[in-house]
Design a protein around this ligand. Structure first.
Ligand SMILES: [Zn+2]
Length: 163
């Protein structure tokens, strides 16, 4: 086993671990829902609706949290997913190279979101780079030009599709 592991790989494996734990919790809730529902079926005087619904809500939240962790893993790999066509794009892309949808970078999750709460005193990377409209327009033009010959991104996306 390598003693040295780069920070990126460490973050990714931490996120993956959190995803696995959440998946285990989801399985546990599904199991409990089954038991609760059966208890209700066996005894008409028992109403487990509240307990069942609470677990259903928890499961929905866990799925959202898993999706957020998947986004963080992608970010560690320098990628982001198009909200329209789900194609993986380079983080720097302003538009999806596949379908042309614009990336709303406001919903990009900064990597330091996972830092402990007291770390929020330091300004986030996003606040540091507030581009003027002119800068944004220039950046988009450059990125749009890159998109056409972004064979790297294309390859990555195609690999992802072969499932
Ligand atoms: Zn797209």
């Amino acid at each position: 086993m390598p003693i040295f592991q780069d920070a990126k790989g460490k973050n990714i494996s931490n996120f993956q671990k959190m995803i696995d734990e959440k998946k285990n919790t989801i399985r546990k809730y599904y199991d409990e829902i089954g038991h609760l529902y059966y208890g209700q079926y066996k005894d008409v005087n028992v109403d487990m609706t509240k307990d069942i619904n609470a677990r259903c809500e928890s499961i929905s939240n866990l799925y959202i949290e898993i999706e957020e962790l998947n986004v963080k893993i992608l970010r560690e790999r320098g990628l982001k997913k198009c909200a329209v066509c789900s194609t993986e794009n380079n983080l720097s892309n302003a538009f999806c190279f596949k379908c042309g949808a614009r990336f709303d970078d406001s919903d990009a999750i900064p990597a330091d979101v996972i830092a402990p709460p007291n770390a929020s005193a330091t300004p986030s990377r996003k606040e540091n780079k507030v581009a003027t409209p002119v800068e944004t327009a220039v950046a988009e033009t450059v990125v749009a030009g890159d998109v056409i010959d972004a064979s790297d991104a294309q390859e990555i996306a195609e690999e992802g599709k072969e499932e």
